[in-house]
Design a protein around this ligand. Structure first.
Ligand SMILES: Nc1nc2c(ncn2[C@@H]2O[C@H](COP(=O)(O)OP(=O)(O)OP(=O)(O)O)[C@@H](O)[C@H]2O)c(=O)[nH]1
Length: 417
């Protein structure tokens, strides 16, 4: 062996040859490594590259000569390919792991979204550009009065009034180009027959190429907020005792009515009204009885006026009203006379001492647009002054009546009183 291959022969190869000759069986040194290649595979210097070899040793069946045949194959290329395949397999496995991880993340995100959408106190839904539902959480379905998404043609506005649905459709269609965020509040009659106020917000969604494909929308039930806002608005503009509009609301409405009268070239009557003898009721029967009188008087005035007219409590026992379609002088006198007659009817009040009938009178002053002024303040001042003049002349008349009654004989006094 040494003769054939020199000193550098691999000891395992020697052992394999020895075994093959002694035991008469073939053996294989797979992937054997020979630091200096066998002569058959001599390589040009420097032989830096390691050569992987497969050596098969076969003993020859010959009794006289001890010989064996060595079959040597260069495995380098096969190993290189195996390595490449192994590397590719490893890479594939890594990629598969990555895909798996991404699938896990996506599944977790989807679950997270489903759970959040289920628990969210708002309605969440997605539509295409036509407003057809592509997703809606349970709360959203309930708010919109829908049971489920049925597919094509399932508009989210299905249960809205046609006018509101059309208004919203125009809003979202115009936002496709501007990408504006939409915000609207509207009313919807729900399955239980209740009117609910819903606040809708929507934003355009785009595909990977930047093409608008639909909308992501949220719905919040703002009914309670609306009611509270209406309540605050009412409190800010109305008198809590009588429920009549207050001075601020009166002036606001009068301002609009004057603009209307100017546009149509029509007259408009503003009337100031102050109760007579009210303090006496307060003093004799108490504040609570006075309150009942104010409430009764307010209700009677409202009954006498038409829908477009307005009566307001300015404070204390002072009221103001305007008549939207002011009649001619004669008819106006008739309307105001009717009003006075209604106010002066007896009012029943209940006090600690029992039930009593009380009565108030009233003094009125009027101002007609444009005859007595065109500006709101001008008309109010005119009517106020006219009312005080009326009150003063009434006081004067009643004091004259009082003096006259003192001069008359006793039976006549009782008849007059
Ligand atoms: N009960 C009650 N009284 C009120 C209220 N606001 C003001 N008053 C009282 O209403 C009275 C108004 O006084 P006056 O204007 O002199 O009443 P009057 O007796 O009709 O006299 P003249 O208006 O001058 O004819 C005062 O005593 C106020 O204290 C209220 O909300 N409830």
């Amino acid at each position: 062996m040494n003769q054939a291959f020199g000193d550098t022969i691999e000891p395992r190869l020697l052992q394999a040859c020895d075994e093959a000759l002694r035991l008469g069986r073939a053996s294989r040194l797979s992937h054997a490594f020979h630091p200096k290649p066998l002569p058959l595979f001599a390589r040009a210097e420097p032989a830096a590259e390691r050569i992987h070899q497969m050596i098969e040793v076969h003993a020859l069946r010959n009794d006289s000569v001890r010989q064996c045949i060595l079959q040597i194959r260069d495995m380098s290329e096969i190993l290189r390919r195996e390595n490449t395949l192994r590397q590719q397999a490893r890479q594939l496995a890594e990629e598969l792991t990555l895909v798996q991880q991404m699938q896990d993340i996506a599944a977790r995100q989807s679950l997270r979204f489903e759970e959040m959408a289920r628990l969210a106190p708002v309605g969440l839904f997605e539509t295409d550009l036509q407003g057809q539902l592509t997703y809606c959480n349970e709360r959203g379905l309930a708010m919109l009065g829908l049971e489920a998404i049925h597919g094509q043609g399932d508009l989210w506005t299905r249960n809205l009034s046609p006018a509101i649905a059309e208004h919203l459709r125009q809003r979202w269609q115009s936002s496709v180009h501007t990408s504006d965020r939409l915000h609207e509040e509207f009313q919807l009659l729900n399955a239980a027959g209740q009117h609910r106020w819903l606040q809708w917000e929507a934003g355009v969604i785009h595909d990977a190429k930047g093409q608008a494909i639909g909308f992501i929308c949220t719905l919040i039930d703002v009914t309670e907020l609306q009611h509270r806002a209406q309540h605050h608005e009412h409190r800010a503009n109305h008198d809590p005792l009588t429920g009549l509009p207050n001075r601020a609301r009166f002036e606001q409405r009068l301002h609009a009515a004057l603009a209307g009268a100017e546009r149509l070239g029509q007259p408009l009557a503003v009337v100031y009204l102050d109760l007579d003898g009210f303090k006496l009721i307060n003093d004799q029967h108490g504040h609570a009885a006075g309150d009942v009188v104010l409430q009764t008087v307010a209700a009677r005035m409202q009954q006498q006026l038409r829908g477009d007219d307005m009566v307001a409590r300015l404070g204390g026992d002072e009221f103001a009203l305007f008549l939207a379609e002011t009649p001619a002088e004669h008819d106006l006198n008739r309307v105001l006379h009717k009003l006075e007659k209604a106010l002066c009817k007896p009012i029943r009040v209940q006090t600690d001492t029992g039930a009593h009938q009380v009565q108030v009178g009233c003094s009125m002053g009027r101002a007609i647009y444009p005859q007595h002024g065109t500006a709101l303040s001008e008309l109010l001042n005119f009517a106020d002054k006219a009312m005080y003049e009326e009150k003063t002349s009434r006081r004067h008349r009643s004091s004259v009546k009082h003096i006259a009654s003192e001069l008359l004989p006793a039976p006549y006094i009782s008849t007059m009183s």
